[in-house]
Design a protein around this ligand. Structure first.
Ligand code: ATP
Ligand code: MG
Length: 155
């Protein structure tokens, strides 16, 4: 495991009001890095989508535990959202844009698509009956560009 310069863990019940708690906490934690306001908004959407999925899908008809971890390592933010709920049968299908298992027309099946568009990397581990772990990373664009320019100069 890479060295973690700072880290945060939030454990909370899968209640809808906790989505905002996770979003605001993660934005405050992430603001230690050189993210633009637009990038922080993207991060907030991605975290909200991951936690909302725990609230809506992981524990049908009941409340369960959700863990949100964040860390900063070598200028990059990592976020992991874990639940111990029903899990996902077919992760590849679930990640497809517009796929939803919900009958509710408000759910467009775009949660994973937002996460993928707004974060640099998104990994999903899930096992039916065991739960789901979504791990995402994001690096401030300015820092990524600087690194790329540095690479070019050296090349
Ligand atoms: N934590 C989870 N536990 C169980 N199933 C999940 C979990 N996260 C996602 N899923 C499954 O993956 C599907 C796709 O998730 P996604 O967030 O992309 O869309 P959605 O939640 O259905 O709709 P939207 O996010 O647009 O409101 C969900 O419909 C659900 O079946
Ligand atoms: Mg969703």
């Amino acid at each position: 495991m890479s060295r973690r310069d700072n880290h945060l863990t939030i454990e909370m019940p899968s209640r809808p009001e906790n989505v905002g708690v996770a979003r605001v906490s993660l934005a405050a934690f992430a603001s230690q890095l050189d993210f633009t306001l637009a990038e922080l908004e993207e991060l907030k959407v991605a975290v909200s989508e991951a936690v909302t999925n725990c609230v809506l899908h992981a524990y049908p008809g009941r409340t369960g535990e959700v863990k949100v971890e964040a860390w900063i390592s070598e200028g990059e933010l990592g976020v992991r959202v874990t639940d111990w709920g029903v899990g996902i049968e077919d992760v590849e299908q679930a990640r497809q844009a517009a796929y939803t298992s919900s009958q509710d027309p408000d759910h467009l099946g775009l949660g994973f698509t937002f996460m993928e568009n707004f974060m640099d990397r998104v990994e999903v581990w899930s096992q039916p009956g065991a739960g789901t772990v979504v791990t995402m990373t994001k690096r401030p664009r300015a820092a990524a560009l600087q690194a790329a320019n540095g690479e070019e100069r050296r090349a």
